[in-house]
Design a protein around this ligand. Structure first.
Ligand code: KIV
Length: 316
């Protein structure tokens, strides 16, 4: 982990550790469990650089008002969480996309609250600066406002996240109102909503033509209900720009063009760990699949040839 963090717009003292400044949540100050050896199978992620305090929902709303964009990525484990925060990502999402990217399902539908909470806890406790948002998975909030509040409370208490995200526009306004009334910030998600893919007839751009009015209504409804921000997925750029101009809460685009206030991507997509055909909106910033394949291939060869472990990695 590099010493210095990429500064982000909310960071003022990038090289202070959580231990130095006494902030909560920065428990990852050392991977060493005894005076003799580091923990044998990995330990806690190295200390995130610096935050004086957590980024809050109000900081993100203020950033929009001041015309400053911010970045969001998914994260499902401590190492990526600490690294992404250090690289300057302002908000991390424990997406229900963990269904596909962690648990190997074909859709987001099967993942459960009990499966997401440990991932969210790892992300929240490995960071001290980023705003941590957890997805409410399919089936955990649709039944009633009471069910939605109960699930959101579990994520806050058991995982230590700072906000939850749920899918749906006007149809979910009462859920958003109930959760925010309970004191929990909500990020809404409109446009293409993967949990409703069967209802929507597959992965399709939403809001084209006459459907644009319904999408605008959804955006207004979630803002009115108290959401602090809204993800727009696979929405025509012009319409997303119109929503962004109208709302005072930040819009977070994924396949919604350049006019949104923030962008979000699934990290395995943007880092090239996932291979094969990617959605049009994905940009691959690295080729982690090749990097890891090469490293693991070399390891296997060295184990078989006896090159690894070398004497300096063995004990007398
Ligand atoms: O689950 C997820 O990862 C998401 C986003 C990518 C918006 O909902």
């Amino acid at each position: 982990m590099p010493e210095a963090a990429h500064s982000n717009q909310f960071t003022s003292t990038p090289n202070t550790t959580a231990a130095d400044n006494g902030t909560a949540g920065g428990n990852a100050t050392s991977g060493t469990t005894s005076a003799e050896q580091p923990a044998p199978y990995g330990g806690q992620a190295s200390a995130p650089a610096a935050p004086l305090r957590r980024i809050r929902t109000l900081d993100l709303i203020k950033a929009k008002a001041e015309g400053r964009r911010w970045a969001m990525l998914t994260s499902y484990d401590q190492y990526t969480a600490a690294l992404f925060e250090q690289a300057g990502v302002e908000a991390l999402l424990i997406g229900d996309s963990a269904a596909n990217n962690v648990y190997g399902h074909a859709t987001t539908l099967p993942v459960t609250v009990d499966e997401l909470i440990p991932l969210a806890r790892a992300v929240a406790s490995a960071t001290s600066r980023a705003l941590i948002v957890a997805d409410l998975p399919f089936g955990s909030y649709e039944i009633s406002d009471e069910q939605a509040v109960a699930t959101a409370v579990r994520f806050m208490k058991e995982a230590g996240v700072h906000a939850v995200k749920l899918e749906g526009g006007a149809r979910m306004a009462s859920r958003i109102k109930a959760i925010t009334t309970a004191g929990i910030p909500v990020m809404a998600h409109i446009g293409f909503t993967p949990q409703a893919e069967h209802n929507l007839g597959g992965y399709k751009v939403q809001g084209r033509g006459a459907a644009g009015t319904a999408l605008l209504d959804d955006a207004r409804a979630v803002a009115e209900a108290g959401a602090f921000s809204v993800v727009m997925e696979m929405v025509p750029s012009g319409l997303a720009g119109q929503v962004t101009a109208e709302l005072t809460i930040p819009t977070v685009g994924i396949g919604a063009g350049a006019d949104c206030d923030a962008q979000v991507l699934v990290w395995q997509d943007m880092a090239g760990l996932r291979t094969g055909r990617a959605p049009r909106f994905v940009k691959r910033y690295a080729d982690l699949h090749s990097v890891l394949t090469e490293a693991v291939g070399t390891y296997v060869e060295e184990v078989k040839s006896g090159v690894f472990p070398e004497p300096e990695r063995s004990f007398d």
